[in-house]
Design a protein around this ligand. Structure first.
Ligand code: ATP
Length: 458
């Protein structure tokens, strides 16, 4: 339900995953800052994506291109002309919306599109019906000026997708890495869009991070490769623990495809925002040879591939899986959040909150907890924490009752708590508690690295 989002928003703030940006100045709408736990989780997500998409494969290489490209790039790519959204305004309350989003929400609720378009819709803010203006196209490009003048000659765009930096470097990367299609170029980085209706926490922001890969294939092999990457991307989420019952595919109808696309399929997640159940997590698009051809033509640089064996020249087709880091993080947090029960100090069952994150995504891997704050236990536990920190992100906590400290770690998804108690001083062993089962095991200190290492892979 929608209140689960609220729970995640407040937990994120309270525990340091995500804070509202510029809060001491009253905030900046729809901008968010990632705190100590958030930045760890985000780095984990990006690392997992990079391993899966790049370093574990022989046919994909990486790139890190500029946010600001030559303005001509965005003219050639079609973004200056067509990267826009239909904006409508309610004439009673003056709230603005994306017309396509309003119609999609209606269709999701009623199972069919509104017959008379916007005229059939109630304003989500004031409730009035038929008060929307004719939609006007509104550019999604964020622009700025470079240098001392602010005239049209100094306009530059902040990239709305990382992909164009990959296309403009296609020839150089292909030659320097000596790859032949089918092969891919991947990039993770910030993108910017002048969204009309940012919101739903970190789901839609004007500044966000993308994880994109452009996979170049021989024309004619594109449909098979698109299916291949759709399967791969689905598996990436489920392998990291996302529940399939909260995921589905959405096929973009032909008439709504982006200007470059032959087919686009989105992985959607059941975000359960008030008003709509499902939201896009990532898109897998067949961008055809549109971009490479457009840049060849506009730049005068031939971006075809010369197939030496066949003695042919052709422009590769491109399959693009494009994901958002923030959206993935939100989906994994929602998916992992559960409430169950655990016994308190007196053995009575009490509610506990657990973030059942895959250990690879968990921001803190191990918490080291001396049973109590004590001149003998604390130094021993601190020494252990220092050792473990060579390999993992560790928290050390000796404040308050042990039960409460377990709860704090459960709530942020820490897979293991290691307790140093008075027996440790005699037997040189510690108690390891596993987050989900709450099972405890005694492990000797000379085995602890190996024990955790076997359970914290990746
Ligand atoms: P939407 O329809 O939700 O606006 P889109 O189809 O325009 O998304 P793409 O252009 O396919 O999105 O971008 C690829 C991915 O980048 C999206 O699936 C999403 O995860 C992420 N993304 C796009 N726009 C935003 C945004 N404004 N805020 C956060 N993430 C975004």
């Amino acid at each position: 339900a929608a209140d689960k989002i609220d729970t995640i928003v407040s937990l994120s703030k309270r525990r340091g995953f995500v804070y509202p940006s510029s809060e001491i100045y009253g905030g900046q709408r729809a901008a968010w800052d990632y705190g100590p736990l958030g930045v760890e989780m985000k780095e984990n997500l990006k690392r997992q994506w990079w391993r899966y998409m790049v370093t574990s494969r022989e046919d994909v290489v990486g790139l890190d291109s500029s946010v600001i490209l030559a303005p001509d790039v965005w003219v050639a790519s079609g973004h200056v002309a067509t990267f826009s959204d239909p904006l409508t305004e309610c004439t009673s309350c003056h709230k603005r919306y994306r017309a396509d989003h309003l119609e999609e929400a209606y269709e999701e609720k009623h199972g069919k599109p509104p017959v008379n378009g916007l005229a059939d819709l109630n304003c989500p803010n004031c409730g009035n019906k038929g008060t929307f203006t004719e939609p006007k196209e509104f550019s999604g490009l964020l622009s700025t000026h470079l240098g001392p003048t602010q005239d049209s000659g100094s306009v530059a765009y902040l990239r709305p997708e990382t992909a164009q930096g990959i296309f403009t470097n296609f020839g150089q990367v292909q030659q320097t890495s000596r790859k032949k299609p089918p092969f891919g170029i991947a990039q993770v980085g910030k993108s910017f869009r002048n969204e009309i209706t940012p919101g739903n926490f970190i789901f839609r922001t004007r500044e966000f991070e993308q994880m994109e890969m452009e996979f170049f294939v021989k024309p004619g092999e594109d449909e098979e490769w698109q299916q291949y990457w759709m399967d791969q991307r689905w598996n990436w989420y489920t392998d990291l623990g996302m529940r399939e019952e909260n995921m589905r595919w959405f096929e973009h109808p032909q008439e709504k495809l982006s200007h470059y696309s032959k087919r686009t399929a989105d992985i959607e997640y059941r975000f359960r925002f008030g008003g709509s159940e499902w939201g896009e997590l990532e898109g897998v698009a067949n961008r055809t040879d549109y971009d490479l051809k457009a840049h060849s033509k506009a730049s005068g640089t031939d971006l075809q591939y010369y197939d030496q064996e066949a003695g042919e020249r052709w422009t590769p087709y491109v399959i693009e899986p494009a994901a958002g880091v923030g959206r993935a993080m939100l989906a994994f947090l929602l998916d992992a959040y559960i409430e169950d029960e655990a016994p308190n100090a007196k053995g009575v069952m009490e509610k506990r909150t657990v973030m059942r994150l895959d250990p690879r995504l968990a921001p803190v891997k191990v918490a080291v907890l001396p049973l109590s704050r004590n001149p003998q236990l604390s130094p021993k536990a601190k020494g252990l924490a220092t050792d473990l920190r060579k390999n993992w992100n560790i928290e050390f906590d000796d404040a308050g009752a042990i039960g409460r400290r377990y709860r704090r770690q459960d709530e942020i998804g820490t897979p293991f708590c290691v307790t140093v108690d008075f027996d440790t001083l005699d037997d040189n062993a510690v108690t390891v508690r596993e987050r989900d089962t709450m099972k405890q095991e005694r492990v000797s200190l000379d085995q602890i690295q190996a024990y955790l290492g076997a359970r914290l892979v990746g």
